[in-house]
Write a protein that binds this ligand. Sequence first.
Ligand code: SPD
Length: 329
Amino acid sequence: MAEEKNMVEFESCMKRQKDNDNEENGKDPYGNGISSVIPGWFSEISPMWPGEAHSLKIEKILFQGKSEYQKVMVFQSSTYGKVLVLDGVIQLTERDECAYQEMITHLPLCSIANPKKVLVIGGGDGGVLREVSRHSSIEKIDICEIDNMVVEVSKQYFPEVAVGFNDPRVTLRIGDGVAFLKAAAEGTYDAVIVDSSDPIGPAQELFEKPFFQSVARALRPGGVMCTQAESIWLHMDIIEDIVSNCRQIFNGSVNYAWTTVPTYPSGMIGFMLCSTEGPTVDFKHPVNPIDEKESQKSVRPLKFYNSEIHTAAFCLPSFAKRKISSKEN
Ligand code: SPD
């Protein structure tokens, strides 16, 4: 029912977009963050990074719509290819999506031997699925994404990202990830990857303690979680909360890693990696390196991830190390 409603909304948005095609770039009828200060530019303005805004020059707006959950926009930028924006915040660009999707996926999956069952929460663009698919040991990939419009828009505008949905091991559910995990049988998954937007809006609960408790319950002993965990330059309070919540809930390893993503606020984003009690997981030293054959799979070879960058991702600048490492294991 909700899926049907989303599709109707998607189609009517597509029509509205067509009607708007002749409108001048720089107008912002949906409040999607298109800059009114510099016409023709998108500026990412949010209370989560007050006093700063990264901007990209717009060549053409390709889609603007509003789902049941959020505003969705796709535009062609001058320098980063197509860009997917949710509620005015960049989720991915064609040029740098490799850094985020490869790291959030291979940091956990290369840290355990023979992962078989993986759950992705969020990740409606399909990029994490594309990366999970590279691992030949995987038998089952479940994904629970709340917003069908994100899936449909990604299939239409980002085929090299959404290619992940084509893997026959994938089962897509459109629904609430929190409820999905609560209902999951205990010990089901080897890995849970939480590919969420920021904790303002539909993803808020995915950063809270009860959600992490459900993740830990759904993992097998020695299973792993990787969740996006914001920027050390902007969100140290959020990170400290996530680390101490995870430290209380996951009785194995708890570590923060990070990567560069030029179009994310402050140019970087972090990941929280946790394991449940059971066989020890040493996140810093991958036991399941992705081999050359696996790296060539999917639409393209790996662009960003390798075993050296895996280990390096856990090295923190001193200011962050002081705050985070004391709370890790
Ligand atoms: N500040 C933006 C964080 C976005 C993280 N999720 C991106 C989804 C890409 N699959």
